[in-house]
Design a protein. Structure first.
Length: 212
């Protein structure tokens, strides 16, 4: 991980000449990686964005975002999205090692919502272990966090992704077979899952938005 220790100088300069618009934090890497505890760069950037009255949209997997509730609550326009790929924490440990547990992420959404901060869950990439019959429970669990929207996304096999999955699941042959079948053979798998999510979300008044 490269730490851009000069980011505060850069953002302070840029904010003075940029027109107002929503600033996405962060669209490439997670803004609350473990090193953020030490460097506090995201927090320092938020302070500058608040000072210059820029709207902010944050997406993260980390409960470290709760550290900055005081700043987030001060923004007139802010939203925070928490990324969740599965409700199965065993799968999370296999495919997202060293990331916060699913329960910590759900609790993070609840805490933010209770503070009056607009929240959403980025449910993706949805692991192809999810069964259609499990969708109602997923939507119910998400609805109980206080989110206003669920953004959904399928698993896109960009260069290197499948090789990484095979490596991570090398000791889980049955799970790997399921991934392979649904990603390569069952072309309508994600359409069925997302259609079911859209149907279930209506019961809770939740908006479902497709990422791509």
């Amino acid at each position: 991980v490269d730490v851009r220790v000069n980011i505060l100088t850069v953002i302070s300069r840029e904010l003075k000449r940029k027109p107002k618009g929503v600033v996405g934090i962060s669209t490439v890497t997670d803004p609350y990686q473990p090193l953020e505890k030490k460097y506090c760069l995201t927090r320092l950037c938020l302070e500058q964005l608040l000072k210059h009255d820029f709207p902010v949209s944050i997406q993260t997997k980390s409960n470290l975002v709760l550290r900055d509730i005081d700043l987030l609550s001060a923004f007139p326009e802010v939203e925070v999205g928490i990324t969740i790929t599965t409700l199965n924490d065993r799968e999370r440990k296999l495919l997202e090692p060293q990331t916060p547990s699913i329960e910590k992420r759900l609790e993070t959404v609840r805490r933010l919502s209770e503070e009056g901060i607009k929240t959403y869950i980025f449910y993706g990439p949805i692991y192809p272990t999810l069964e259609v019959k499990e969708v109602p429970r997923v939507v119910k669990v998400f609805s109980e966090t206080g989110v206003s929207m669920i953004m959904v996304d399928s698993l896109h096999l960009k260069k290197g992704v499948w090789e990484s999955i095979k490596k991570q699941l090398s000791l889980e042959p049955e799970t790997l077979k399921l991934f392979s079948r649904r990603l390569f053979d069952e072309k309508n798998y994600y359409s069925l899952i997302i259609s079911e999510m859209e149907k279930e979300s209506k019961r809770y008044g939740l908006m479902i938005k497709r990422a791509f």
